[in-house]
Design a protein around this ligand. Structure first.
Ligand code: 5GP
Ligand code: ZN
Length: 110
C-alpha cells in the first residue's frame, strides 16, 4: 500500500477517468484546474520528480512527452499548450510523483 496519490490513481483505486494511456504513462484531469484546459501526464512508475525520471527512465519520459502532445491536440483548439514540471518544494511541487501539467486557455469547443 502506497501513500502516493498518483500511484493510487495509476492503479485505478479511485476510478479516475483516464484521458489517455501508453505503455508507460497515463493522463487525467487536474482536480483543481488553473486554466480551461489543465491536464496531468504521469509516468506509471513512481519517480519523485522530472529530474529523477530523466535520469532513470527514457522510455517513460518519451511516453509522457508524446502523450502530452496528443492530449494537447485533442483538448485545445489551436494545439498551443504549456508543458510544465514543477520540480522541488520551492518551485511549487506538491505531489512528489513526477507529473507534467498541460495547460491552455483555448479548449476545443466540442
Ligand atoms: P504540483 O503543484 O505538484 O506541480 O501539482 C500537483 C497537481 O496535482 C495540482 O495541480 C493539484 O491540483 C493536482 N492534484 C492533487 N491531488 C489530486 C488528485 O487527487 N487528483 C487529481 N486529478 N489531481 C490532483
Ligand atoms: Zn507515486
Amino acid at each position: 500500500m502506497t501513500d502516493c496519490i498518483f500511484c493510487r490513481i495509476v492503479s485505478g483505486e479511485f476510478g479516475t477517468e483516464l484521458l489517455g494511456e501508453t505503455e508507460h504513462a497515463v493522463a487525467f484531469r487536474d482536480i483543481n484546474p488553473e486554466m480551461p484546459v489543465h491536464l496531468l501526464v504521469v509516468p506509471k512508475k513512481h519517480y519523485r520528480d522530472i529530474t529523477d525520471l530523466v535520469a532513470a527512465d527514457a522510455d517513460a519520459l518519451i511516453d509522457v512527452a508524446q502523450l502530452a502532445a496528443r492530449l494537447a491536440e485533442e483538448h485545445t483548439s489551436d494545439g498551443s499548450y504549456k508543458f510544465l514540471f514543477n520540480t522541488g518544494e520551492n518551485a511549487g511541487q506538491t505531489v512528489f510523483h513526477a507529473h507534467a501539467h498541460i495547460l491552455s486557455q483555448m479548449p476545443k469547443s466540442n
